[in-house]
Design a protein around this ligand. Structure first.
Ligand code: SF4
Length: 491
């Protein structure tokens, strides 16, 4: 029993254990089974660090207890020493109690005791943050620190940058003191986690907890028995509860019970069983008749930052830095192409908006894939640049969504595997056009490449990235052209 009680835990291990005891166990004893950290996740961690730095500004003059180069013991000693010497604000102070180690983002001395601030890079409050603070509360209280107030600090999604960042307006500070003093709950969970860690790998099957509250990084390991075409790929939900089916032993798509499937799901199942494509000619014609010439195919690439990078932008606002535009001036005309890619490290929006409105005629039908995204970007541009507003609004009115026939199941190919996204539709309908072998193969990679281009000082590297970005975005709109051609053949 003693040995189990002494198993070391930290704040992040506690949160992991709350989500799934198996994840906690695997993290401790089989870290080699974890999924690889993607470049996009790395960027998210980096963004979290940036948010943390800005969040300190309303609490100036604090003393930092750094992670780097200090052992846990040294961090604890340094924290104790600073408090003893009368420090009033600490960044990342370390505490331990009951062999649970925590670092607190910001700790401020007030008249009644210490105020604890947990900084998050999101734009709203979440249930899991309360657990995060509850374990800190438990440890700090146990370590003899009197907490008078506990708060979550997160980004204000209404904040619009105007010149320099105003940290007091950028963040929302929400007092959660009343909900985080849960000593019994935390102590019981810790005891149970240690019990789980002292045995064999917990017998926990996959479930909704694999993606809630966080995407688990053992997903690849635990889900490897699920085939590529499974009940988890059924389009929409309706009466189908995939985990209920799974628990009844139904996993493969071909075993899905037809009688409980929706109409769209039955189309998906039938197409899969027959390995063919389904076409509802009436619905498809309706869609094709809604298009006209001149016909423009538009795709934006954007990036977003937790801390607004430019005046007039909000946290996580999509900033367009690139577009590709294929066009057909009339039926049977030669396919034309225009494109734009901003120079690195500038606010790209005004130049991009100016180019775009000069290239798309007012009377053009503008086709986008998953058009709500393009419409959102166009509306933001219209709000920011009054001189282009009318033309941008006209473009918005003329946008049509190429995803519609797939979302409505007017057309379905079995290889789409329940998805209407272009990444599934294109290879299913136009297999000769592929992202395979391209230096940039998806939107996430494109964003990271753009950031790399912004950081690079090497002209040849910048040129190589530019070319890869242009090739990628061009393929997106060329893909739309080819998908529309296939739809017309089917219609
Ligand atoms: S993938 Fe799911 S079952 Fe596996 S460790 Fe993670 S949360 Fe637990």
């Amino acid at each position: 029993m003693k040995a189990k009680e002494s198993i070391y835990l930290s704040k992040s291990l506690f949160i992991r254990g709350l989500q799934c005891r198996k994840s906690l166990y695997l993290h401790k004893f089989h870290p080699e089974l974890r999924d690889e950290v993607s470049e996009a996740q790395e960027a998210m961690f980096q963004s979290g660090r940036e948010v943390g730095t800005y969040a300190r500004r309303p609490f100036p003059g604090g003393i930092e207890v750094p992670y780097e180069d200090l052992s846990l013991e040294e961090q604890l000693n340094l924290t104790g020493e600073k408090i003893k010497r009368g420090a009033r604000i600490l960044y990342e102070p370390a505490f331990s109690y009951d062999n649970v180690f925590v670092k607190t983002d910001i700790l401020r001395k007030a008249r009644q005791g210490w105020e604890l601030y947990e900084v998050k890079g999101s734009t709203g409050q979440k249930e899991v943050y309360l657990d995060d603070i509850a374990v800190q509360y438990y440890v700090l209280k146990g370590a003899g620190i009197r907490i008078s107030k506990a708060s979550v600090v997160y980004l204000n999604k209404q904040y619009v940058r105007n010149g320099d960042i105003d940290p007091s307006a950028l963040f929302v500070i929400e007092d959660v003191t009343q909900t985080v003093d849960r000593q019994r709950f935390v102590a019981d969970e810790i005891a149970d986690m240690r019990k789980a860690l002292g045995k064999r790998v917990p017998d926990i099957d996959i479930g909704k907890h694999c993606t809630h509250p966080y995407d688990c990084d053992f997903y690849g390991h635990c889900w490897q028995h699920i085939p590529e075409y499974s009940i988890f790929n059924l389009d929409g939900r309706g009466r189908v509860k995939p985990f209920d089916l799974y628990r009844q032993g139904i996993v493969d798509l071909r075993d899905a019970p037809k009688e409980i499937l929706s109409k769209k799901q039955n189309i998906q199942l039938e197409s899969f069983l027959q390995k063919n494509e389904y076409v509802n000619k009436v619905a498809l014609k309706q869609f094709l008749d809604s298009l006209w010439y001149p016909l423009y195919f538009l795709d934006f690439e954007t990036f977003s930052c937790a801390i607004p990078a430019f005046s007039g932008t909000r946290p996580y606002q999509n900033i367009p830095h690139q577009y590709s535009l294929h066009y057909l001036k009339r039926k049977g005309a030669r396919l034309g192409h225009r494109e734009f890619l901003a120079e690195p490290n500038i606010d790209p929006r005004e130049e991009l908006a100016g180019n775009l409105v000069s290239e798309i005629p007012d009377n053009a039908c503008v086709l986008a894939y998953h058009a709500s995204f393009e419409i959102g970007v166009l509306k933001d541009l219209a709000a920011s640049y009054p001189r282009y507003r009318k033309k941008l609004q006209r473009i918005v009115e003329n946008v049509r969504d190429l995803e519609v026939p797939f979302r409505k199941k007017a057309v379905y190919h079995w290889k789409m595997n329940g998805s209407s996204s272009q990444k599934y539709v294109l290879p299913a309908l136009v297999p000769q056009l592929s992202y395979e072998g391209m230096e940039i193969g998806n939107g996430g990679m494109a964003v990271q490449a753009y950031f790399r281009m912004c950081e690079s000082q090497d002209q040849s590297e910048i040129e190589a990235i530019r070319k890869a970005l242009l090739d990628y975005c061009k393929l997106d709109t060329l893909g739309m052209v080819r998908i529309l051609e296939r739809l017309r053949e089917m219609g």
